[in-house]
Design a protein around this ligand. Structure first.
Ligand SMILES: CC(C)(COP(=O)(O)OP(=O)(O)OC[C@H]1O[C@@H](n2cnc3c(N)ncnc32)[C@H](O)[C@@H]1OP(=O)(O)O)[C@@H](O)C(=O)NCCC(=O)NCCS
Length: 162
């Protein structure tokens, strides 16, 4: 899409998601976004109903075009937050949708008192690594055989400086 066309596009709205309304669509998007290691519908249902998760969807003209799920837990007196997944439908990529979803999620983490957020990313996932670099995340360490197909992950982290 040309830059001038993007400027004319309406802006996606970021809205809290629910199992009842969004499970089926999230599962369809997940299968389109991940050819290997896509989350099962059962796992997505668990994440959408868990007390510790924040689930956000990006909606453009009534259509869900992407989503993110974050996890927020208290460990040893401080809040720990993690991006569990971020998915944007292929035809809506490079329009800032993932950035908008993640910035909204990070604001919610920070409101809860988190000082940092982590994400595991496949070492070969250039698009995701670039996305998280652009948002200010850095590689903290490489985790061997993190994924079921024995591919390594980078554990990436952002510190909010609080
Ligand atoms: C990774 C993903 C979420 C990015 O979504 P997106 O909405 O296209 O991301 P944005 O438009 O917000 O892009 C922000 C920046 O990320 C980087 N980026 C995004 N896609 C990229 C690509 N294909 N190649 C290189 N860099 C890319 C760029 O730096 C981009 O900024 P720019 O467009 O100004 O150059 C999307 O490609 C996706 O859903 N991939 C499949 C699922 C996945 O791998 N999720 C991550 C798991 S950790």
């Amino acid at each position: 899409m040309q830059k001038y066309e993007m400027a004319l596009m309406p802006k996606a709205k970021i809205v809290e998601a629910s199992e009842h309304e969004d499970l089926d669509t999230f599962y369809e998007i997940e299968k389109e976004c991940f050819t290997i290691d896509a989350y099962s519908k059962r796992l997505l249902r668990f994440l959408l109903t868990s007390q510790s998760t924040i689930c956000l969807k990006a909606v453009l003209q009534g259509q869900i075009i992407g989503f993110t799920i974050g996890d927020l837990r208290r460990f040893s007196g401080s809040w720990k937050s993690e991006v569990v997944t971020i998915d944007v439908l292929p035809r809506f990529r490079r329009m800032g949708i993932a950035t908008l979803l993640l910035e909204t999620l990070e604001k919610k983490f920070q409101t809860q008192g988190c000082s940092n957020t982590t994400i595991h990313v496949r070492v070969g996932n250039k698009a995701a690594i670039n996305l998280f670099h652009k948002l200010g995340y850095q590689e903290k360490k490489k985790v061997s055989d993190y994924y079921a197909d024995e591919i390594d992950a980078f554990l990436m982290e952002i510190n909010y400086g609080v």
